[in-house]
Design a protein around this ligand. Structure first.
Ligand SMILES: *[C@@H]1O[C@H](CO)[C@@H](O)[C@H](O)[C@H]1NC(C)=O
Ligand SMILES: *[C@@H]1O[C@H](CO)[C@@H](O)[C@H](O)[C@H]1NC(C)=O
Ligand SMILES: *[C@@H]1O[C@H](CO)[C@@H](O)[C@H](O)[C@H]1NC(C)=O
Ligand SMILES: *[C@@H]1O[C@H](CO)[C@@H](O)[C@H](O)[C@H]1NC(C)=O
Ligand SMILES: *[C@@H]1O[C@H](CO)[C@@H](O)[C@H](O)[C@H]1NC(C)=O
Ligand SMILES: *[C@@H]1O[C@H](CO)[C@@H](O)[C@H](O)[C@H]1NC(C)=O
Ligand SMILES: *[C@@H]1O[C@H](CO)[C@@H](O)[C@H](O)[C@H]1NC(C)=O
Ligand SMILES: *[C@@H]1O[C@H](CO)[C@@H](O)[C@H](O)[C@H]1NC(C)=O
Ligand SMILES: *[C@@H]1O[C@H](CO)[C@@H](O)[C@H](O)[C@H]1NC(C)=O
Ligand SMILES: *[C@@H]1O[C@H](CO)[C@@H](O)[C@H](O)[C@H]1NC(C)=O
Length: 788
């Protein structure tokens, strides 16, 4: 095998492999006692959906026995046998039934490096079968029913449909779903999901099997959801069920539709993720992940690094430090943390008590997790780097070598570190205690239900007196701020509030309960007299319009991202329309109200405002600049507003995903071009859909996706709202689960194209308010209210 330069030898090897393969393929889903799996041989489940064989993750040189999806173009392992014991040479390694009836992996030196570890059986009749659903089962004979061992009972990082994550009632030990170390190393990482051994039927995620940082809350059998995962109501995919048996309790789930490919993964980012495969875009689509924010994952960033939600990478070394392992850092494994770039003088010379050449660097706005300080402790004396005492969120002082500072004349400046021994310690503790106490007094909001109730002064100081404006609109301006716990917020100052205090609070608390991965989360509010403010999570990438309608030469949003945003937005709206307890019509869907998080995932903003603002809402809405192009005809005709009004606005927005421009624009000759009409014509007359695409994308979009989005958009803007799909249907179409027919051209689009007077209603640049704004909008508003 070594001398592959000889072509004849190569040929004979090939023939040998071919022969070997033909031998195994007679029982394509089974390994029997006289067979083995080696090299690039595989077995395939009888439904053709799963494959078992050797694979190598990413750019790694290591090989593992694993199970992956047969029909998915992106190799995605769902189970790994030898997670911790990879092999280098797959041709000399063998997976086979050993003499004692175990399935074992043997490396080139005939050493058993992995085994199913069951007690001995009659090996001659034991078979390993890769069953439909991706379960590798060891049986005593092909017809024996009870499995001796099955991979579904030993999941690695993926929880497949039909699998179970159980708690053994006799031992109080739970089955773990453990993350990989990183994208290239399947060895068990630091994060694991399991049923709480306390027995209260909640799933928890723990770091290093000790520190818990997330819980699903207990299962409620009646509503069939976990208490703290309300978005489970938005669920067309999973049928969860709880089982309590004599020796174990567990959850399992099945898929409502067998054509969906979906899975749960304990990701190496420390988040549990739910992903579904979208064949149309050939990628895994992230549906849901917990904890919601990356920085809520305990110790995601290792020692001497800080986590931030804004911008990538999530972890950054503190000043004066660099990643301990750049290779791991490059693979998004930040657990090693950082180390000093320049050693401290007191480390160089342990006898030195005062260090004149070391200084303290002030690092404001850092929050230390409670256990973290232990890692900072290290073996060095406290004066080097022990900040064990400073657990408050406050300024953090990092001791660095003087050479890390820009040289300045003020050498004797604030050298806190020069204070010797105990005096320094006491001083530091006192300073930080005061700091902490002052911040508490000044800033801490009250908790009301799931929301924080802020005083106006709190928000004034959090936003530095409303100095950093993020945006504005008809309902008020939005400002950036920072809370005492250092999370960044967006504060919306509401205007035109027509609600009484009691009603306002009740509406706000309703909005507060609406939580979904594609909806901006309301953190709290302030209500002091006429001062009404809402406090939201801050979205680092701002609103969609800024990305979609970029005028300058910066990179346009890729088609894949646009599709993701369209789908995520549709999911958020579906949740509002169909799944949350108080069904909510958004009423103001437009790119300005779609916010993007650090990874460009969309979150719908400003839902629930229609009821909150009350009577004035529809008047403001229908006269507001930048909104009219998205308003359904119902708003002007005065008929009742239903969720289908949102569908219309969503459809109008979809057209803009395609063109990357506002729907109506004046061209050079001053003529108004109305893009949706061009789309409707191209779609119904079998025109060239690629010609509709944003020219900046250079045709780089799959035609099937493009045409699907165009069709959905046309369906969404049908004149008769009963002809428009529901948002739930839109989601299914975009996921490729539901087919979509060619839509009729909506009459209004034809009229709009032919009659420029009507276009005024849709033209952003028209200076006079539309003369068509009807007098009966308040009527529409009261109907909207009764329908929300
Ligand atoms: C392998 O074993 C099975 C049953 O144990 C037998 O039917 C089959 O003929 C054997 N195949 C070879 C190639 O020896
Ligand atoms: C097989 O595994 C043993 C034990 O891990 C190791 O010492 C040996 O080098 C391995 N052989 C090969 C060819 O990888
Ligand atoms: C099998 O058992 C051995 C010894 O008890 C243990 O070291 C090994 O990790 C076990 N392997 C598996 C796959 O559980
Ligand atoms: C398992 O946990 C339950 C509840 O905490 C406790 O009552 C029981 O004694 C525990 N059993 C074992 C074997 O530890
Ligand atoms: C995880 O816990 C084990 C033992 O409980 C400990 O030896 C190990 O150092 C911990 N890992 C990290 C990264 O702290
Ligand atoms: C489950 O029980 C443990 C121990 O009794 C408790 O600490 C934890 O808060 C409980 N979890 C929930 C979700 O109630
Ligand atoms: C959901 O799962 C339960 C238990 O496995 C089953 O009885 C029920 O029929 C399933 N429901 C649907 C709609 O598939
Ligand atoms: C539970 O465990 C006991 C003892 O190991 C065993 O006898 C019994 O059959 C088990 N029950 C079930 C339902 O598996
Ligand atoms: C899904 O289930 C139906 C009915 O059970 C069956 O006819 C169909 O072949 C299945 N499709 C797939 C992809 O497994
Ligand atoms: C990490 O990534 C950077 C930038 O891509 C590269 O320059 C560097 O060589 C990488 N380091 C390692 C150890 O892979």
């Amino acid at each position: 095998m070594e001398n592959m330069k000889n072509p004849w030898l190569k040929l004979s090897v090939l023939v040998f492999i071919w022969f070997f393969k033909s031998q195994i393929s007679f029982g394509a889903d089974t390994i029997t006692a006289n067979q083995s799996l080696s090299g690039d041989q595989t077995i395939v489940s009888s439904d053709g959906n799963f494959v078992l064989g050797f694979f190598t993750p990413g750019n790694s040189f290591n090989y593992y026995i694993g199970i992956w999806y047969a029909k998915i173009s992106m190799q995605t392992p769902v189970w790994v046998a030898n997670r911790e014991t990879p092999v280098r040479d797959i041709h000399s390694s063998e997976l086979k039934i050993s003499d004692d009836g175990n399935l074992v992996l043997i490396n080139g030196s005939q050493v058993e490096i992995w085994s199913t570890n069951i007690s001995s059986t009659n090996s001659r009749s034991v078979v390993a079968v890769l069953e439909d659903g991706g379960n590798l089962v060891l049986r005593d004979g092909p017809s024996s029913s009870a499995p001796l061992w099955q991979s579904l009972d030993h999941p690695t990082h993926t929880w497949l449909p039909g699998g179970k994550l159980s708690l053994n009632k006799r031992t109080n030990r739970s089955q773990l779903l453990t993350s990989w170390k990183n994208s290239e190393d399947p060895a068990p990482g630091l994060f694991s999901l399991e049923l709480d051994p306390a027995g209260n039927n909640s799933y928890i995620i723990r770091w290093n099997q000790t520190r818990q940082y997330w819980s699903s809350g207990p299962w409620d059998e009646q509503s069939r959801l976990f208490r703290d995962v309300p978005e489970m109501r938005l669920n067309y995919i999973y049928n969860f069920s709880f089982h309590s048996e004599e020796n174990e309790s567990y959850f399992t789930y099945s898929l409502y539709r067998n054509e969906t490919t979906s899975r749960f993964v304990m990701h190496y980012s420390g988040q549990i993720q739910q992903l579904s495969w979208l064949e149309s875009s050939r990628q895994w689509n992230l549906f849901w992940s917990m904890p919601r924010q990356q920085c809520q994952v305990y110790a995601f960033c290792g020692a001497f690094s800080s986590c931030n939600e804004i911008g990538l990478p999530f972890c950054r070394c503190l000043r004066g430090f660099h990643p301990k392992s750049e290779a791991n850092w490059n693979l998004s494994d930040f657990s090693d943390g950082c180390e000093r770039t320049t050693r401290l003088q007191c480390e160089e010379d342990p006898n030195l008590v005062t260090g004149r050449t070391n200084k303290f660097l002030e690092s404001p706005n850092v929050k230390l997790p409670e256990l973290m300080a232990v890692e900072f402790g290290g073996q060095n004396s406290w004066i080097c780097n022990n900040i064990r005492q400073i657990l408050a969120m406050a300024e953090l002082y990092i001791r660095l070598a003087a050479s890390e500072f820009p040289s300045s004349s003020n050498n004797n400046g604030i050298i806190i570190g020069a204070v010797a021994g105990g005096v320094g310690l006491v001083l530091c503790v006192v300073i930080f205690a005061i700091l902490r106490w002052m911040r508490r007094i000044m800033m801490n909001p009250k908790v009301e239900g799931s929301l924080l109730a802020f005083g106006y002064r709190n928000l004034q100081s959090a936003t530095k007196n409303f100095s950093e404006k993020l945006g504005g609109g008809g309902f008020g301006s939005v400002f950036k701020g920072t809370l005492p716990d250092l999370s960044i917020i967006a504060v919306k100052q509401l205007e035109n509030i027509g609600q009484g205090e009691k009603q306002f609070r009740s509406e706000v608390s309703t909005i507060g309960t609406v939580q979904h991965v594609n909806l901006v989360r309301l953190r709290g509010f302030c209500s002091e007299g006429t001062r009404k403010l809402l406090v939201y999570d801050y979205m680092p990438n701002g609103s969609l319009d800024a990305h979609l309608f970029l005028e300058d030469k910066s990179e346009p949003l890729a088609w894949k991202t646009r599709y993701q945003i369209a789908l995520g937005t549709a999911r958020g709206l579906t949740y509002l329309h169909e799944k949350c307890r108080d069904y909510i019509i958004h009423c103001d869907i437009k790119p300005e109200n779609i916010l993007l998080d650090a990874e460009l995932y969309p979150k719908v903003a400003d839902f629930g405002l229609a009821k909150l603002i009350g009577r004035e809402f529809s008047r403001v809405l229908t006269t507001m600049r930048g909104t009219r192009g998205y308003l359904a005809p119902e708003w002007i005709s005065g008929v009742a507003i239903t969720a289908k009004a949102d569908v219309y606005s969503y459809g109008m927005m979809l057209f803009e995903f395609v063109s990357g421009r506002r729907n109506s624009e004046q061209n050079e000759e001053g003529k108004v071009r109305f893009f949706p009409t061009s789309v409707a014509r191209a779609i119904t007359q079998d025109g060239d859909v690629l010609s509709l695409l944003d020219p900046r994308l250079n045709g780089d979009a799959p035609v099937d996706e493009l045409s699907r989005i165009c069709k959905v958009a046309c369906w969404c803007v049908q004149d008769d709202e009963t002809h428009r799909p529901s948002m739930g249907q839109v989601v299914q179409i975009l996921e490729g689960v539901l087919e979509v027919n060619v839509p009729p051209v909506p009459r209004s689009l034809q009229v709009l194209a032919d009659n420029s007077e009507h276009i005024i209603f849709f033209t952003e640049s028209s200076s006079s308010p539309s003369s068509q704004t009807p007098s009966n909008t308040s009527n529409a508003s009261s109907q909207a209210k009764s329908n929300t």
